[in-house]
Design a binder for this molecule. Sequence first.
Ligand SMILES: [Zn+2]
Length: 159
Amino acid sequence: MADKLVIPRAQWLALMAELRRRGGGRTESGAFLLGKRQGDRRLFERCVFYDELDANAYSTGVCVLYADAFERLWEFCRTTGLQVLADIHTHGGAATQSEADRCNPMIARPGHMALIVERFASSPVWRHRMGLYQYEGAHAWINLSGWRSRRILKTGTFA
Ligand SMILES: [Zn+2]
């Protein structure tokens, strides 16, 4: 069973709004979700948007990051003590992995999760319509999208 990814509701909604704004309904946008692991739970604390790592990250219309963006990301993780829990990006159309998404994991580490949001994250965003994939290594992924994702992606109000 995959880990649970726990994102408090207010932060989840803010993340969706920010993805929507940064893509402007014209380009994809994306972010790394950072936080800490606790047993089989990945507890979200904050995100770093791709365009914070590279101002041109969306200039081709799809999300592209180069090595220096990753250096900035790792530096940020070192200074904050946070880990990359997952990445998330938008698609203009459906939230299924593209060939590029499948072949080029943002973090090529087994267990890494990649989320995709349809329609440039326009409102409302439904979890069961999102793409949720877990990387297994060697360009293989487990597709956890659809209703299953509701057991993995927890976006409720937590005490
Ligand atoms: Zn994609």
